[in-house]
Every structure is written in structure tokens, then in C-alpha cells.
Ligand binder design. Sequence first.
Ligand code: ISE
Length: 337
Amino acid sequence: MTRELRIGIIGTGNIGTSHAESLSNEVSGAVVSVVYDPDLDRARSVATRIGARTANDGLSLIESDDVDAVVIASPDELHAEQALQCLAVRKPALVEKPLAPKLADAHAVVAAEVALGQRMLTLGFMRRFDPGYQQLKQQLDSRTVGDPLIVRNLHRNTSAPYGLLTSRTMTNMAIHEMDINRWLTSDEYEEVQVIAPRPGPATPVGQLDPLLIFFRTTRGVVVEIEAFVNANYGYEVSCSVVATEGLLDMGDGGFITRTRSRERREDIPELWLGRFADAYRRELQAWVDSLDGLAAPDAATAWDGLAATIAAQAAVDAVESGNVTAITLPARPPLYS
Ligand code: ISE
């Protein structure tokens, strides 16, 4: 029996705490040895619950001798810097999405991993591990309904957890769809257009929410994303495909419908942690199982993280300009082939 991997977790917000508890209680082959969060009380509370110690800062956690691999669950704008710190000491990391909100930072991480000559970073695009999306992928790959023409995505949050900036709708929220649709269609984006309906009642003045984002891929597939940050009624994600010989519909994730006394009801989760609990656990298990420096077969790489940030920035440009915006992806380095 090889020693259990010792995982350090940076960030004990919603997702960092969820990962800490899942790695401690559900995932085999790993233990959480160290956690860090600037909110020291919150970090201590998580550490006490799972039997880990706390670190004084992210870098000391990364460099700790009792940390074999790192989960980066800090605020988005810190992901790139901490990923670079992990690469500098050759420690594998699961980087929560996005790789970086800023293009230059995302490019810097990919360049550093290419220079290292070894894939050590995995991106936390967990929907690739969601059973519904995996069945969609399997059906598309085996062409059960022919080839995709249109992919329609709904992504609705109950509210804006991190404040509502249109750019964050792209780089933090809809970036899930920007990754998963590349994966589903095995294709790349060549242009994007964004249309904003009138704002919803909970949208701050001057912000755009909901948004309709339209990507066209190199093979002519149109990927439509409805991104509604302040949908208010609950958290809901769905995906459906119009193809050359039929349709595929993942539905809304299989909420249980209860029918009784002439009433039909569904429980709709408030947060992504409810809708994607299984995907997060499967992603963590796949990552732990693959910690020999290579990403798990379905897992997203730093290259996927860069491609998603390129798409997100193009969508930001499109919404600001009101124009169709071209998307150019650099040549994929052999490390990611
Ligand atoms: C959050 O970080 C997630 O990853 C959720 O899946 C997404 O729905 C939410 O909008 C993000 O803020």
C-alpha cells in the first residue's frame, strides 16, 4: 500500500471547504495535511474538522514538506500566481477555474508548464466528470444522432455570489460552458457574439444580466449560452444538442419531481455544490488517482484553461463592442497533444 498523498488546500471558501471534506471523507488515496485561508478562523475551523494543520500563507503551504500536491481554491485572480509557485517546486496542483481571468496570466502559466516539459496542472472544470455531460460526450463521439449543429446551454445562478460584473459572468461563471462545449464538440471557437436582454430585477444598474452568448466553432457549430447570474429562483444548468440526425438533451440534472395531491414539484438546488456534488467528487478521485504528473483522461489541462480564458476575454470584448469578435487560439504545444 503506497503512502496516502498529502494534499494542501489554499482557500476555504465554499469550494475549498467542499474539496477538503470530500478529500478527507470520500476520496481514497489522499489526506488533507495543510489548509490555508486569509480568514484564519475559517481555516482553523476546517483544519480542526478534518485533522489538518494550518499554514500562514499560500506559498509556505506549497513549499511545505508535508504537502505532496495542492488544491488551489483561492480567489480567481490568485490562481495563476499560485499555479506558478507549484510549478516552481514541481508540485502537482488542481487549479479551480478559471486558470486566470487575465489572458497574460493564463499564457504565463502555460508557458511555464511547457518550459518544465511535464504536465503538472489540472483545471477544475468538473463538469467533464458529471454523468450527464459524460453521456452527452459519449453520444456525440459515437455519432448516435449524427453531428452537432447547435448546442444550447442554460446556466442560471440563484444570485451573484461574488458581486456582479459582466466580465466575471464570462471569466468565472460562463467559462464552464466555454470549456465544456469545446470538450463536447471536440472543436474550437472562431468567433463570439453577445446579446443582452433588458436586465433582471436583481441586476445592479449598469450591469448586464442575463446574457445570451453565441460562439461559432471552426466546423460551424453554434454554441448558445444563456448566462443568468441573478435568476433568483434557484441554481439550474442544462445542455441540449440539435444534430444532423436527431436531438440530445441532458435535461436539468435529474432533479427529483414529486407529484401528489394534484401538485407536481421539484427541489431545485441553491448552489452548484448541490447540482455537481458527484462531479466534484469524481474529479477529485480522478486527480488523486493520476498524480503521477499526468492529468486524468477526462480532466482539463492548463491548455484547456488558457483556451477557456481566451474565449472568455473574447466574449468580454464582444459585449463591450457589440460586435462579432474573432477568436484565435495559438498552436497547441506538443505537451498537450
Ligand atoms: C462558481 O465558481 C462555479 O464554479 C459554479 O459552477 C458557477 O455556476 C458559478 O457561477 C461560479 O461562481
